[in-house]
Write a protein that binds this ligand. Structure first.
Ligand SMILES: Cc1ncc(COP(=O)(O)O)c(C=O)c1O
Length: 332
C-alpha cells in the first residue's frame, strides 16, 4: 500500500550517504550539548525569526499537549473539523471543550466564532492555518480579530501552522504574549519520524510553555539532521519547492480527472479533501488499487464521513494515481 493518509513528504531531503555520516557523527552515548541552541539559530535564520523566541519539542504534537497543560486553565475552543489531536489532548487533561462547526460548504461563520469567544471566554483557542483536513486558509482579518478578542478574555490564540510553508503569501501575524504559533519539520522538511516541532511566541509565553520541559527535549540525532539540513539553504529551498510542486500536481490531477463528478476543495497544503455523493466510492476504488488515503468512517461528524483526503506521493506515484482516477471516471 502506498500511504497517502498522513500528509507526509514522500521523499527524504538527504542522501543515504549523508544520513549514514550523520549517524556516525552523532555521539548518542552522551547527552546533547550545544545542538539545541544550534537548531534555534539555524531554524530562526532560515525562517527569519528571533532564535530566542523559538523553542523545540517532539513534534508540534508535544507543543499542543503542553499548551493544554500550562496555557489552558479554562475552556478550550476548537473548530470542527480540525486536527483531531486538539480534542484528544484537551480531553487528556479534562479541559472543557467547545467546537464550532463549519458550514455545509466547509467554510466557517467567523461572526459565530467572535461571539463564542466573547461568551465562552476560552483560555485557549487553537486552530490550524491552513486547516487540516479542509486544506483552506482562514483570512488574515479573522486571525487579527480573533487575537484581539482572545487578549480581551485573557486567553491564548494558538495558530498551528503545520502546513504554513505551502502558503507563500506574506503573512502579518498578531503579536503579544497571547499569541503562539506552532510549526513543524514533519511536513515540508520531510522529517516527520524525527519529531521536531517548533513553538514561536514571546519570551514570557515560551517560558510558560517550557515550565514543564524536559532537560534534553530532543534527541541528538534529530537535532543533528535538522541542523545539517537547515544549514543548506539553497538545497532546502529546492526541496520545499519540490513538495509544493507535488502538491499543485495532486490538486490538478483531482480537478482534471474527477472534478466534474466529485467536489475537490482548493488546497493550500500537501493534501486535498474531496466530498460529494461519489467521493467515498472513489476512495474505496483507490484503496483497492494500492493507495491508502485518509477516510473517516469512525468520525462523529457525518459530513466528514462522506469525505476522503489524499496526501502527496512521489512524482511517479502521482502519475499512477492519475491513471486510477481516470479508470474510475470512465466507469461512471
Ligand atoms: C494541523 C497539524 N498540526 C500538527 C500536526 C502534528 O505534527 P508533528 O508531526 O509536528 O507532531 C499535524 C500532523 O499531521 C497536523 O496536521
Amino acid at each position: 500500500m502506498i500511504r497517502i493518509d498522513k500528509n507526509e513528504s514522500p521523499y527524504r531531503a538527504l542522501t543515504d550517504e549523508e544520513i549514514s555520516q550523520l549517524a556516525v557523527d552523532t555521539h548518542f552515548n552522551q547527552y546533547a550539548d550545544d545542538e539545541y541552541a544550534d537548531l534555534q539559530r539555524s531554524y530562526a535564520a532560515f525562517n527569519n525569526l528571533d532564535p530566542e523566541l523559538t523553542s523545540f519539542a517532539n513534534g508540534s504534537d508535544e507543543w499542543i499537549q503542553k499548551s493544554m497543560i500550562v496555557l489552558a486553565d479554562g475552556p478550550v475552543l476548537v473548530l470542527e473539523p480540525d486536527f483531531v489531536m486538539y480534542e484528544v489532548y484537551a480531553k487528556q487533561f479534562n479541559r472543557p471543550l467547545t467546537k464550532i462547526n463549519c458550514r455545509e460548504d466547509w467554510t466557517f461563520d467567523y461572526d459565530e466564532i467572535y461571539n463564542t469567544i466573547k461568551e465562552l471566554r476560552p483560555s485557549v483557542f487553537i486552530f490550524s492555518q491552513p486547516n487540516n483536513p479542509i486544506g483552506t486558509l482562514h483570512p488574515a482579518d479573522f486571525i487579527q480579530k480573533a487575537a484581539e478578542l482572545m487578549k480581551e478574555v485573557n486567553g491564548y490564540l494558538i495558530i498551528d501552522e503545520a502546513y504554513g510553508e505551502f502558503n507563500q503569501e506574506p503573512t502579518d501575524y498578531p503579536k503579544g504574549d497571547h499569541v503562539v504559533r506552532f510549526r513543524t519539520l514533519s511536513k515540508v522538511y520531510g522529517l516527520a519520524g524525527l519529531r521536531v516541532g517548533v513553538a514561536v511566541a514571546t519570551k514570557a509565553t515560551i517560558d510558560k510553555l517550557n515550565s514543564i520541559a524536559h532537560p534534553y527535549p530532543l534527541n541528538t540525532f534529530s537535532l543533528n539532521v535538522s541542523n545539517y539540513l537547515l544549514n543548506q539553504t539553497e538545497r532546502l529551498e529546492e526541496f520545499i519547492e519540490m513538495n509544493r510542486q507535488l502538491s499543485r500536481k495532486l490538486l490538478r490531477i483531482f480537478k482534471e480527472e474527477v472534478g466534474d463528478v466529485i467536489t475537490v476543495i482548493d488546497s493550500s497544503t500537501n493534501f486535498v479533501l474531496t466530498y460529494g455523493e461519489k467521493a467515498v466510492d472513489l476512495g474505496e476504488y483507490v484503496v483497492s488499487n494500492g493507495f491508502l488515503p485518509r477516510m473517516y468512517p469512525e468520525s462523529d461528524n457525518a459530513a466528514l464521513r462522506a469525505t476522503v483526503r489524499y496526501s502527496i506521493a512521489k512524482d511517479e506515484q502521482l502519475d499512477e494515481l492519475q491513471k486510477i482516477l481516470k479508470e474510475w471516471r470512465n466507469q461512471q
